[in-house]
Write a protein that binds this ligand. Sequence first.
Ligand SMILES: Nc1nc2c(ncn2[C@@H]2O[C@H](COP(=O)(O)OP(=O)(O)OP(=O)(O)O)[C@@H](O)[C@H]2O)c(=O)[nH]1
Ligand SMILES: [Mg+2]
Length: 165
Amino acid sequence: MPPTAAELLDLAIRATAAYRREDLGERLAVARRRLLDPEVRVLVVGEFKQGKSLLVNSLVDAPVCPVDDDLATAVPTLVRYAPEPSVVLVGDDEHQRRQVPIDQLAQHVSEAGNPGNRERLRYAEVGFPAPCCPAASAWSTRREWAASTRPTAPAPWPCCPPPTP
Ligand SMILES: Nc1nc2c(ncn2[C@@H]2O[C@H](COP(=O)(O)OP(=O)(O)OP(=O)(O)O)[C@@H](O)[C@H]2O)c(=O)[nH]1
Ligand SMILES: [Mg+2]
């Protein structure tokens, strides 16, 4: 049986160690983690005020990202499935995590409440029981957002039915 992609990466990682190329080994380790991650991310990239947040909200059928026709988003928002709604602010260091009430999200991720990201947040993580896709998660940033679903997620999403033939 031919080796799997993960086995080939393991072999390459061992080779980088043997040839003292730890720099390449780290990149291969990242590739291996991505390969084995069951989540799929879909990125949507756009300039300011192009409707990214409204699109994310429509997909998860909930107002999880602040929509505004004037002030821009200051901090990326990660939206992922959780049994109960929750908001966690993540600081410069991934371990700096602070839970806040969900109705305070907008003031931390918008230029109005957090101008120039003076709170130095890396991102805000929103947990939400998305009714249209129980295993969905989505990224919303100033310039991009990504939705990801695990392979076991039910499909299609009721809010995005497939085109009829
Ligand atoms: N007419 C129309 N307006 C839209 C549409 N999508 C978004 N808008 C409006 O455009 C404005 C900006 O929408 P947002 O979703 O906040 O845009 P954004 O890209 O997330 O903005 P930033 O995160 O600040 O960059 C809001 O007033 C929305 O109501 C659309 O499809 N049609
Ligand atoms: Mg936005």
